[in-house]
Design a protein around this ligand. Structure first.
Ligand SMILES: Nc1nc2c(ncn2[C@@H]2O[C@H](COP(=O)(O)OP(=O)(O)OP(=O)(O)O)[C@@H](O)[C@H]2O)c(=O)[nH]1
Ligand SMILES: [Mg+2]
Length: 510
C-alpha cells in the first residue's frame, strides 16, 4: 500500500523506550518489564486453573446420605460401590473379614449375656418391645404440623423394667458352653481395638449430645466448618485397616488376624450348638432379644464363616455392620453413558455420615453444594427405640430428622430422595404378630400389612416435604431393602438417572 511504512506500528509510541535512555536505565526497565510480564502470565495461569477447577467442580455431583443410625446409609453406599466401583470393592473385600468376625462374636456374646441374666433372674430392660404391655400412654406428636401429617407415637418410660417368667431348662450344659466360648471375650476386645470407634455402638449417650437436629441452630456458620469439623473426612479403608484405632500397635502384637480366625474356628461347633439350642432360643424370646433382626447378624452362616479359610462374599460385606464415625467421602466414576455422550456428571462424590444423635452436628458443613440427598428411613422400626436415647422411638426420630432436613434453606435446591428402607424386616415383624397401631396410634384401623404401612408412611414423608420445603419441589420415594443387592441395583439405576437428569436441568445443559 502506497506510502505506508510496513515497520510502523501506531502503538510503538506507547511501548517505545524514553528518549535519551542510558544503558543502565534500559537494563533496569527491561527487568521491570520482564517482572511485570511474569506476574501477568501468573495471573492468567491462575485464572485458567480456577476456571478449569470450577468447571470440574460443577461437573462433579455431590450426593449426601442422611438418616438415623442403623438406617442403612452405609449399606446403600456399599450397593453403589458394588455396582459401579467393583474394582475398588474387590481390593477392599478381604479386609471386611475382621468386621464380620466381630459381628459374629458380638451376637454370641449377647446370647451369653442373656443366659447369664436369666440365671441371675435379672429384670428385663426393654418394655418397649413388649406387645402385651398395657401401660402405654398416647401423647401428641412433637411436630406442630397440620392434622394431615400428624403422627402419634406411644410414649415410653425412660428406664422402667419388668420381670420375665424364668425359662426352665438352663442346665450345666449351657454353663459349660459359656465357659468354652469365653475366649471370644478376648477376641472381641482385640477386634474392637483394631477396628476403632466404629466397632462400638453408641448406647445411652450423655444428654448434652442428644439434640435430634443440632445442624438447625449451628454455633459456627457453615463455610467455617468444612475443614475445622471435629470429625475429619475419611474413607472406609482407614477403619478397615486399623488407621482409625489409636492403640493399634499394642493389639497387633497380642493377636494377629490369623490367630483371631483360629480362635473363632475352634469355637465353631460350640457356637452352632449355642445358636441352635431350643432353650437358648426360648430365653432370647422371653427376654425380647430379636437377635436375628439385629445389625450384623451372621449366626445362620457359622458353617461358612467360623472357619480358618473364611473369605467374605459380596453379600457378607453388604450385610456387615460397622458404624460410621464422622463423615466419609467416596468417589465413584461412572462409565461414560452413551446416551449422554459427555463427561458431565460422570464423577460423583458420595458422603456417608454417622447417623447417631451424637454425630449429627458434623453434618452441616456438608450441606453446601449438594445435588441430592438420599434419606434413609427404616420403616420396620416403629416399635424400636434409639440406642443412644432409649426414650425416643426410632420412627419418630426419623420424622423429626426428615422435617429438619427438608426445611433446611441450604438444601432448598437439592433433589430429595427417600428410601423407605428395611421393608423385608417390616414384613417379618408384621408376620410375627406385631401391631403397628399399638406403637403408632395414628395408624388407626388400617390393615396391618406391609403394603399398607409403607403407603401410610410414604404419604407422611411426602406431606412433610410438601409442607416444610422452603420452595416447591418434588420428592422421589422408593420402598427398599438395601441388603437385597439385586433389587437395590434396579432402584439405584433409576435414582442415578433421576439425579443426572435433575443435575443437567439445573445446569441449563439441556
Ligand atoms: N434386613 C435388613 N437389614 C438392613 C437393611 N438396611 C440395612 N440393614 C442392616 O442394618 C445395619 C445397619 O446398616 P448401616 O448401613 O450400617 O446403617 P447406617 O445408617 O450407616 O448407620 P450409622 O453408620 O450408625 O449411621 C447393617 O447391619 C445392615 O446390614 C435392610 O433393608 N434390611
Ligand atoms: Mg454408616
Amino acid at each position: 500500500m502506497g506510502g505506508m511504512n510496513r515497520e510502523f506500528d501506531p502503538l510503538d509510541i506507547v511501548t517505545a523506550p524514553p528518549p535519551g535512555e542510558t544503558p543502565e536505565q534500559r537494563a533496569s526497565r527491561e527487568r521491570r518489564e520482564a517482572e511485570a510480564k511474569r506476574i501477568s502470565d501468573g495471573i492468567d495461569e491462575d485464572i485458567r486453573v480456577a476456571r478449569a477447577a470450577l468447571k470440574k467442580q460443577k461437573s462433579v455431583l455431590r450426593v449426601l446420605l442422611l438418616g438415623q443410625a442403623e438406617s442403612g446409609k452405609s449399606t446403600t453406599l456399599k450397593n453403589f460401590r458394588l455396582k459401579y466401583a467393583y474394582q475398588q470393592w474387590l481390593q477392599e473385600r478381604a479386609s471386611w473379614r475382621a468386621v464380620i468376625q466381630l459381628n459374629v462374636v458380638r451376637s454370641a456374646l449377647a446370647i451369653l449375656d442373656a443366659l447369664q441374666a436369666e440365671i441371675n433372674n435379672d429384670p428385663l430392660l426393654d418394655p418397649g418391645l413388649d406387645d402385651d404391655d398395657e401401660s402405654l400412654e398416647i401423647h401428641p406428636t412433637h411436630h406442630a404440623s397440620p392434622a394431615s401429617s400428624r403422627l402419634e407415637f406411644a410414649s415410653y418410660a425412660s428406664s422402667s423394667s419388668s420381670s420375665s417368667p424364668s425359662v426352665v431348662g438352663l442346665s450345666d450344659k449351657h454353663k459349660l458352653l459359656a465357659l468354652r466360648l469365653s475366649p471370644l471375650r478376648r477376641i472381641e476386645t482385640v477386634l474392637k481395638k483394631r477396628l476403632g470407634a466404629g466397632s462400638e455402638e453408641v448406647r445411652n449417650a450423655p444428654s448434652q449430645d442428644m439434640q435430634a437436629t443440632p445442624f438447625e441452630s449451628p454455633q459456627v456458620p457453615p463455610g467455617k466448618h468444612r475443614r475445622a469439623a471435629e470429625f475429619v473426612v475419611r474413607t472406609w479403608s482407614d477403619a478397615l485397616q486399623g488407621r482409625a484405632a489409636a492403640n493399634h500397635h499394642t493389639t497387633a502384637d497380642e493377636y494377629d488376624s490369623e490367630e483371631v480366625t483360629e480362635v473363632i474356628a475352634r469355637c465353631q461347633e460350640d457356637l452352632i450348638t449355642l445358636w441352635n439350642d431350643p432353650v437358648v432360643r426360648k430365653v432370647l424370646s422371653s427376654r425380647r432379644i430379636p437377635i436375628e433382626h439385629s445389625a450384623g447378624f451372621f449366626l445362620d452362616d457359622l458353617q461358612r464363616i467360623a472357619v480358618r479359610s473364611y473369605e467374605p462374599s459380596d453379600d457378607d460385606v453388604v450385610r456387615a455392620r460397622l458404624r460410621t464415625v464422622g463423615v466419609q467421602e467416596h468417589r465413584i466414576l461412572f462409565e461414560q453413558d452413551p446416551r449422554l455422550g459427555h463427561e458431565f456428571g460422570r464423577e460423583w462424590l458420595i458422603y456417608d455420615v454417622g447417623g447417631a444423635r451424637t454425630m449429627r452436628h458434623a453434618w452441616l458443613p456438608f450441606f453446601d453444594n449438594v445435588n441430592a440427598v438420599i434419606f434413609l428411613a427404616p420403616v420396620s422400626c416403629f416399635d424400636e427405640r434409639l440406642d443412644e436415647d432409649h426414650k425416643v422411638n426410632r420412627l419418630e426420630d426419623s420424622f423429626i430428622l426428615w422435617k429438619a432436613v427438608v426445611s433446611t434453606k441450604l438444601l432448598q435446591k437439592t433433589t430429595m430422595i427417600v428410601f423407605l428402607n428395611k421393608c423385608d424386616l417390616l414384613k417379618k415383624k408384621l408376620k410375627s404378630g406385631v401391631y403397628v397401631k399399638k406403637h403408632l396410634p395414628s395408624y388407626g384401623e388400617r390393615p396391618n400389612d406391609a403394603a399398607s404401612v409403607v403407603k401410610y408412611l410414604r404419604d407422611k414423608f411426602k406431606d412433610t416435604l410438601k409442607q416444610h420445603s422452603p420452595e416447591h419441589r418434588v420428592g422421589y420415594l422408593y420402598p427398599t431393602s438395601v441388603t437385597d443387592t439385586k433389587a437395590t441395583s434396579t432402584t439405584l439405576r433409576t435414582v442415578r438417572d433421576g439425579i443426572m437428569r435433575e443435575h443437567l436441568k439445573n445446569a441449563d445443559f439441556v
